[in-house]
Design a protein around this ligand. Structure first.
Ligand SMILES: [Zn+2]
Ligand SMILES: [Zn+2]
Length: 430
């Protein structure tokens, strides 16, 4: 009854390439959401869009409305249907629900939709370019594999919709916007979509695992806080009246050094990074504006909170020293989360039998952050079980690199694995 990875690949690879071409930044996935919504609708899913998917007050790091408007117009130019764009408003993301009509668990799958802000390679060795499916837009590319995740989600949804007799309970597909920068996950939790979920599966391809391997569960996500910081000073003539200025650039520069000098926490992993600094307007002007983008991470909420509060102290101190104002905006965040041991065992058991899988590791380690963590935590808090799977995939370059591409053959393995897990926990026995 269940097709092998190779058969799933015939459907998954063209979908992945279509998604890859239409790469969109986090919160701007209008074309992608419409593409997903159209397919889920045609498969008989109840499709939710816009504020039915996202709690806008807990959405983090959304770009300005005019940027979203522009992204929506681009999606329309790319052929996204107007009725679906209308339903979305300015919020991306899709939830699809399919009831088998038989009592049983609520099984949820989460896939992320967004691309990365990086220029895609135009080198002839880069397969998306040489085979004609490189990103249409400049400066944004599917360099993390989320195109593959979404493609797997769509193939799995098709398989489930055509095998309802073999299944019981309700299936819920969560297509999340803005995973990059951990901005979108919390808003789907706050909208209530994880409240009555019995089993939640999330996954990522690649992340250092080669093709043929599977990481069954992952429990080392780091808690993280992303901050956008603005130092606001006073501009003045650098020759005639420097004393009348308030130098935002100097405040930011001393803040950066101070931030990177915060003592690491002794209780577990801690990190800080200032990834962007932009300041000043011209050579002969005392700079009145400086912007930083920074993140803290920690192995536990306590450790991340330590990094965050020390960072705030350092920045306040730097602002006071130059007499400038400080504004800090929360731009994203994720918590840590555990994969449920029973589900890890089940992945171990199922994955070893799959064609294309040679090695399964219990508890894959990635030492990164992923905002599926909000969802996993919610499911566990409400008495359900959640698990994150790492689907090994050879990659042409590291994640977030403009030359990133992955071994597409793993897509079918991912679909087959998720389908077998669904059958195991929500099979009707037919
Ligand atoms: Zn990424
Ligand atoms: Zn990713």
């Amino acid at each position: 009854m269940m097709p092998g990875p190779r058969e799933f690949n015939r459907e998954a690879i063209p979908l992945r390439r279509e998604l890859h071409r239409h790469a969109e930044r986090g919160w701007e996935e209008f074309w992608t959401s419409a593409f997903v919504a159209q397919r889920l609708g045609s498969l008989g899913f109840n499709v939710l869009l816009g504020d039915e998917v996202i709690d806008v007050d807990s959405a983090m790091g959304r770009p300005p409305l005019e940027v979203l408007q522009e992204a929506r117009e681009r999606a329309a130019e790319w052929g996204a249907p107007a009725d679906l764009l209308d339903r979305m408003g300015l919020l991306t993301g899709v939830v699809g629900i399919l009831d088998t009509g038989r009592p049983g668990p609520v099984t949820a799958f989460r896939f992320d939709l967004d691309a990365v802000e990086v220029w895609e390679s135009r080198d002839p060795d880069h397969r998306p370019f040489s085979e004609g499916f490189a990103a249409l837009d400049d400066g944004v590319a599917h360099a993390c594999g989320h195109d593959g995740h979404t493609a797997m989600g769509l193939v799995l949804a098709r398989w489930i919709s055509q095998n309802l007799d073999a299944l019981r309970g309700t299936f819920k597909f969560l297509f999340q916007p803005a995973e990059e920068g951990v901005r979108g996950g919390r808003s789907m939790v706050q909208r209530g979509h994880l409240d009555r979920v019995d089993v939640l599966w999330g996954l990522h391809l690649g992340v250092g695992f080669p093709s043929g391997t599977v990481g069954a569960g992952c429990s080392d996500f780091l808690c993280t806080t992303k901050m956008d910081v603005l130092f606001r000073g006073v501009a003045a003539h650098a020759g005639g009246a420097p004393h009348e200025g308030r130098n935002a650039l100097l405040a930011a520069a001393s803040a950066v050094l101070g931030l990177h000098s915060i003592a690491p926490h002794g209780g577990g992993a801690s990190r800080i990074n200032v990834g962007m600094l932009r300041a000043g307007t011209g050579r002969n002007v005392i700079p009145d504006r400086a912007e930083l983008a920074l993140e803290t991470r920690g192995a536990s909420e306590e450790i991340n909170a330590y990094m965050e509060s020390r960072a705030m102290e350092v920045m306040r101190g730097a602002a006071v020293s130059q007499g400038v104002d400080l504004e800090v905006t929360l731009a994203g965040g994720a918590v840590n989360a555990e994969s449920h041991p029973e589900l890890m065992d089940l992945v171990m058991k199922k994955a070893v039998h799959l064609e294309g899988v040679e090695r399964v590791e219990r508890e894959g380690r990635i030492s990164g952050s992923e905002d599926v963590s909000w969802m996993m935590r919610r499911v566990h808090d409400m008495g359900g079980r959640a698990c994150y799977i790492i689907l090994g995939a050879d990659t042409a370059a590291g994640h977030h690199n403009g030359r990133f591409d992955f071994d597409e053959d793993v897509l079918g393995v991912g679909v087959a694995l998720l389908a077998s897990l669904a059958l195991e926990l929500a099979g009707s026995g037919r």
